[in-house]
Design a protein around this ligand. Structure first.
Ligand SMILES: [Zn+2]
Length: 492
């Protein structure tokens, strides 16, 4: 018997065996169960996620002798023929080699005849986006109103290239990339069943290389098994596929976060000697910093579903060493470097210089924290500058409660308040006497001379006092009322 590759050997034979596309399989099964089966389906999604597999499963579910059934038996003649791709009523063609209008015309004419032995004529066109516009247009009429015994299933990786008139006539199903955990689970089950000696690190590397495609993962596993004689571990995967150990990636990021350019250069040099593509290194680092930002923003480790548990813990530890702004800045620098690296003829040199630049970036302080510190510093300076000029506050004097004889007089400003009724000062012998100004009090803030007027209540001149409490303010004789103190005039 000829050898069957793992991807074909492990192709799902029931809807339950499909990995990572539950939203599609469940909908299709429910549609079959309830009899709401569309006449045209469009499966779109990345490569190797199960589009063709589910198209064949749908054909089996429709044509199974016990069906239509959501659980095809896989034992009747129709099921076995479809599994072997030799059913006369299931036409599976490649859109890339049937692009012309003549090919489509052959299809539309052929489906007018009833199926030979099955319930439906099923036409599966893979990579349907390769059809020409004329071919699509030739398909429109049949696709809109096909005979009752015809079902169309289209599969494509580039749905944007398909005419909107075609898409609107189909029931569209978007297939998802398969998560790393699902890939790991499937690879582990496969390896255990096949008797391969695998460890989790090796399988994680393969699953990551597969980039969401189960078919790629199975093909890579087979390649590694062949190279390593049944051994699948980090070393055999690195040597067979030429990928870097994830641990090395963590070491580089660790060195960048620790501001250690020498260590970064040493690790990058080792990777280059090993043959690791510098552009690939840059992309991996971008992905790693992206993970750091995600775990910084969302504390829930479940958001990093594409990473195994031990790597999630390591990412959390690294993210805790820097602020979010810091990691975002490193990501931006790396993103700009990646553009330059893709354009230069010396990618290794460009990568090394970029890594040195990253490792030389000092940690930045978050703007909120910096502003808070500046604010605290400003308050501290203000307080210290005001303290020497602080004067003891006089007790607030209420002109209605305090009498001049019984209440101690508040501290006057200027130091010796002089009653305006005796304005004549004692003249100094060496200076000419100034008649009125020296006896006039000054405002404590602006030092302007205060004009004393008779209090309106008594009609007599009073003493001038500086009162800080606005409660006790009586009259302010300043030109501007912005002064922080008030002037009170009391009758003598
Ligand atoms: Zn069957």
């Amino acid at each position: 018997m000829s050898y069957l590759v793992l991807a074909r050997k492990w192709r799902p034979q029931t809807f339950d065996q499909v990995v990572g596309q539950e939203h599609v399989t469940r909908t299709l099964q429910n549609a079959i169960q309830s009899g709401r089966i569309a006449h045209a389906f469009l499966f779109t999604g990345p490569r190797g996620v199960g589009k063709t597999t589910i198209a064949r499963l749908l054909a089996k579910a429709l044509n199974c002798e016990g069906g239509p059934t959501p659980q095809p038996c896989n034992s009747c003649s129709n099921c076995t023929e479809i599994s072997a791709s030799n059913s006369i009523d299931v036409l599976e063609i490649d859109g890339a080699s049937h692009t012309g209008v003549d090919h489509v015309r052959d299809i539309t004419e052929g489906v007018q005849y009833r199926p030979a032995k099955s319930r439906f004529r099923v036409v599966i066109i893979d990579e349907v986006h390769m059809l020409s516009n004329q071919a699509f247009n030739a398909l429109l009429k049949t696709l809109e109103e096909p005979p009752d015994h015809v079902k169309f299933i289209f599969a494509t990786t580039e749905v944007q290239k398909i005419l909107a008139t075609i898409v609107s006539r189909c029931q569209r199903y978007d297939f998802k990339r398969i998560s790393l955990r699902d890939l790991l689970g499937q690879l582990s089950a496969l390896a255990e069943h096949e008797g391969f000696a695998c460890d989790e690190v090796g399988l994680s590397l393969i699953a990551r290389e597969a980039d969401g495609s189960l078919r790629d993962a199975e093909s890579l596993l087979e390649q590694v098994v062949t190279w390593g004689d049944g051994q699948v571990n980090a070393q055999t995967v690195r040597q067979a596929l030429g990928v870097a150990d994830r641990q090395v990636l963590f070491q580089i990021v660790e060195a960048i976060l620790a501001n250690d350019p020498a260590a970064v250069l040493r690790i990058a040099g080792d990777l280059y000697e090993y043959g690791y593509d510098p552009r690939r290194l840059c992309r991996d680092l971008l992905e790693h910093f992206h993970h750091l930002v995600i775990i910084k923003v969302c504390a829930d480790p479940a958001v990093l579903s594409d990473l195994p548990d031990h790597e999630v813990t390591a990412v959390q530890d690294q993210a805790a060493t820097r602020s979010l702004e810091d990691i975002q800045r490193l990501f931006s620098l790396l993103l700009r470097a990646e553009e330059e690296i893709n354009q230069t003829a010396y990618p290794q040199l460009a990568v090394e210089m970029s890594l040195v630049k990253l490792a030389s970036q000092p940690p930045v302080m978050p703007i909120d924290e910096a502003l808070a510190q500046l604010r605290a510093l400003s308050e501290q300076l203000t307080t210290s500058s005001l303290e020497p000029a602080r004067t003891p506050e006089p007790a607030p004097a209420d002109p209605q409660e305090s009498a001049p004889a019984s209440t101690p007089a508040p501290k006057p400003y200027p130091p010796a308040p002089t009653p305006p009724v005796s304005p004549v000062p004692s003249p100094r012998p060496d200076t000419p006497p100034r008649p009125k100004r020296p006896t006039q009090p000054r405002h404590p803030t602006c030092s302007r001379f205060l004009t004393l007027r008779p209090a309106p209540a008594t009609g007599t001149l009073g003493s001038v006092f500086w009162l800080r409490s606005k409660r006790t303010s009586c009259r302010c004789f300043l030109p501007s009322s912005r002064a922080s103190c008030t002037i009170s005039i009391r009758p003598c």
